[in-house]
Structures are given as structure tokens and as C-alpha cells.
Write a protein that binds this ligand. Sequence first.
Ligand code: HEC
Length: 159
Amino acid sequence: MQEHSKFKQQVKAIYRLMVGLFSLFIVAAIGILLLLFNPEWTSKKEVKIEQEYVAIPESDDFDKIENGIHVRTGLIDADGLMTVVNNCTNCHSAKLVTQNRMNEERWIATIKWMQETQNLWDLGKNEAIIVNYLVTNYPPGKKGRREILSDIQWYDLKD
Ligand code: HEC
């Protein structure tokens, strides 16, 4: 009788072992299936932020002055430079400013013309600063374009 119950116990032990192994197998299988179909299940979602790098010049480089010239615009470095840069290079190239030579009256008239026809804003207190800058640095006397030719040696065309 003892033999018999010992055998029974052994069978029970093996049975439990097998049930245990089987449930382990099921759990493992479910885990593998989950991983296969949904790999992000375990790992934390990485939020990828794509960064684009745009070459922005260093701030002190941006308004660099070289040989008395504001490099970015070609304007002469003088009192009121940045006011002119900030108000007069938004719509057109600063070249349009630097290639012109005018007296105070005509600079003011040009600004007024732009205000009336080209949507130039009211310059307020800056107008005096800008006009002063323009008249000082771009007056009519200074040559903006090449000089008129002189001493030309003309020759006669023969027919
Ligand atoms: C709101 C836009 C705008 C701003 C800001 C602006 N301009 Fe102009 N400007 C224009 C337009 C548009 C023209 C005509 C451009 C063309 O003919 O190609 C012009 C033309 C000119 C001309 C040429 C005029 C001519 O008779 O040929 C000069 C000089 C000029 N601007 C100077 C300035 C100055 C100085 C400032 C700063 C106070 C300034 N601009 C700001 C729009 C602007």
C-alpha cells in the first residue's frame, strides 16, 4: 500500500511539473508573439525630433564692419547705420540706397514717395536719423557712379 501511494505522489509531482512547464511555455509564447507584432511594447517610445541646422551667422558676424563698411549691406558705417539697415533694406537691396546721391530735400522726397506709393511705414523719430545719415554719407557731391568721361580723344569716321 505504501508503494502505491508513493507512486501516486510521484505521478502527482510529475503532473505538477508538466503543468508548470506548460504554463511557462504559454506565457513565453504570448510574450514572443507580442514582441513580434508590436516591438514597441517593451521599449519606451523614443520621440525623435529632427533638428535642422540652418547656418545663421554668429550675431557679431552678422553685422560685421570691415574697412568702415557694413559688410552685409555695403552701407557706410556711421551714425544711424543700424537705423538705416533696419528700415531701408527690407524691401530692396541696400544698393538702391548706396548708388544714389541726393541732398536732404531729395532724400526726404524719396522717402515720402516710398511712403505714398510703396507702403513704406511712418519712420517717426527715425526719419531725422536716417536723413542725417543719408545726407552725411551719400550727398550729391560724392561720386556714386563713374565719373563723366573727360579728355576724350575723338576721331573722325571716314566714309
Ligand atoms: C516698404 C518697402 C520699402 C522700404 C522699407 C524702403 N523702400 Fe526704398 N523703395 C521701395 C520701392 C518699391 C522702390 C522702387 C524700387 C524699384 O524701382 O525697383 C524703392 C526705391 C528706392 C530708391 C530709388 C528711388 C529712385 O528714384 O530710383 C531709393 C534711393 C530708396 N528706395 C531708398 C530707400 C531708403 C533710404 C529707405 C529707408 C528709409 C527705403 N528706401 C526703404 C520700397 C521701400
